[in-house]
Design a protein. Structure first.
Ligand code: FMN
Length: 295
């Protein structure tokens, strides 16, 4: 009894401390989640983020069932000598100027001629895109080249239906206003007219011949670099395109083109010669001083 009467105040004190600690903890959690919610709504409305595009290698891995390959299972790779051409400085300067002039002529063209383009040229352009660097050399890209008129038309129907909803509902006034000067809307005649549509899919993970899955590190960055090289290769042969990212069309286009579930549509490029009456907005590019920082 005596012991109990001695211990009671101690027990009460401990109990008070536990309750106090739990109260403070719950307030902290509340504040954090309120801050997160506020942050999300302030950083906020980002209608251009495609629902289908997961951009995080780790999230993809956690979300997907199935057996993943262990990196230890991959083989050792021999290293070989590498000696690309080296130019005298004068030649380097000349080449850098010529390449800049070529690339500075690149424009997004939304009026494309139906005139046929040799398929071998397209194959070479895509071969070139496939030379891009990729996270851990995973080459996480698939280029679907559509030339069949009926399939192109199906692509157009899907894109126009979604784009109309995008322009009318999803994009919001600011985005629609920012695009007005480019005179773009949801009608995409080039999807029927261009001799080729190149749909570029990023593979969120790889599937090996034994069906095991392989992590594709930085797959979106890798595929985006590859798209940049593809644009340069098109410019090099005098073909045009418009970089398009048809918002929320990915799942339907993936089904139409019978691509597997690990592939997500990143870009759609109509490819061909410019139409004879093609025009482009008179945009100016930032001068070098605005984009370079020497330290
Ligand atoms: C990631 C990205 C997405 C784009 N999406 C579209 C698009 O959906 N539709 C379109 O007409 N142009 C699109 N463009 C093209 C831009 O409007 C164009 O690059 C920009 O106006 C600059 O013009 P230029 O390409 O002629 O230099 C996109 C460009 C990029 C880089």
């Amino acid at each position: 009894m005596a012991l109990l009467s001695v211990l009671t105040p101690v027990l009460v004190a401990v109990l008070c401390m536990v309750i106090g600690f739990m109260f403070v903890k719950s307030r902290q959690t509340e504040t954090t989640s309120q801050d997160e919610t506020k942050g999300a709504s302030k950083a906020g409305f980002r209608p251009w983020v495609d629902q289908d595009l997961q951009d995080d290698t780790e999230i993809t891995r956690e979300d997907e069932d199935g057996e993943w390959v262990d990196s230890a299972e991959e083989e050792d790779l021999p290293h070989v000598p590498y000696s690309p051409p080296r130019y005298p400085e004068e030649k380097m300067l000349q080449r850098s100027q010529e390449f800049y002039t070529l690339m500075n002529q690149r424009r997004s063209v939304r009026l494309i001629s139906p005139e046929p383009v040799p398929r071998e040229v397209i194959d070479n352009v895509i071969r070139t895109a496939g030379t891009a660097p990729s996270g851990a050399h995973t080459e996480p890209w698939t280029f679907v080249v559509v030339s069949d008129p009926e399939t192109k038309h199906q692509v157009r129907l899907i894109v126009e239906e979604e784009e109309e909803v995008n322009y009318r509902q999803r994009m919001g006034d600011k985005w629609v206003h920012d695009l007005a000067k480019l005179r773009t809307n949801w009608i995409k005649e080039y999807l029927d007219e261009a001799p080729y549509l190149v749909l570029i899919f990023k593979q969120t993970y790889g599937i090996l011949p034994d069906s095991k899955k392989k992590t594709h590190y930085y797959n979106e960055i890798s595929v985006s670099i590859s798209c940049g090289i593809l644009l340069a290769a098109l410019q090099n042969v005098g073909l045009v395109t418009v970089t398009s990212t048809p918002l929320n069309c990915g799942p339907q286009l993936r089904l139409l083109l019978k691509r597997p579930a690990n592939e997500k549509l990143l870009m759609l490029l109509p490819v061909g010669y410019p139409a004879s009456d093609a025009t482009v907005p008179d945009l100016k590019r930032k001068p070098l001083d605005d984009i370079i920082v020497h330290m």
